[in-house]
Ligand binder design. Structure first.
Ligand code: ZN
Length: 152
């Protein structure tokens, strides 16, 4: 999912265009788990939304999530990531775990679990977000950081 989110964000740039490092550095969602709070109904979203999914209001404020939550579900990826050129860039090796984490504030977020063995992971276990290196190298030579979760 994180790779999918990154790909989705990258797709806002034209094909072949380099994404400037400042673009990534200015993405608070990746660094601070910043989402949005609806000023009409208080619904929370992560990542930031253009409009509230609950009431449709576009009157939203930034909301920084605590970064703590519980594992809603997870999977262990045993097949190495195989997209050309990406395997060397991603800072993880299989097997690795991807979890859907329900943040204490309610929204769910998909992220990699770090610093744990597969046998330690269980649905319902508390986790907390940490800032980690996601990838490095590639054509643009950028080091990309983002959130992962560790067992709390
Ligand atoms: Zn709302």
């Amino acid at each position: 999912m994180l790779a999918a989110q990154e790909q989705q964000r990258s797709s806002t740039f034209s094909e072949g265009e380099k994404v400037p490092a400042r673009t990534w550095r200015n993405m608070p969602s990746f660094y601070n788990l910043t989402g949005s709070r609806c000023n009409g109904c208080s619904h929370l979203e992560f990542p930031k939304a253009a409009a509230c999914r609950k009431c449709g209001s576009q009157d939203l404020s930034e909301h920084s999530f605590s970064g703590t939550g519980k594992i809603e579900t997870y999977t262990i990826i045993r097949q190495p990531f195989n997209e050309e050129g990406m395997a060397e860039q991603l800072v993880c090796s299989s097997p690795y775990a991807i979890a859907i984490v329900r943040l204490d504030e309610g929204p769910m977020i998909t992220a990699q679990l770090a610093d744990c063995e597969a046998g330690e992971i269980a649905i319902g276990k508390p986790v907390k977000a940490v800032l980690r290196k996601i990838s490095e190298g590639g054509d643009d030579g950028l080091i990309r950081y983002g959130y992962k979760f560790v067992l709390a």
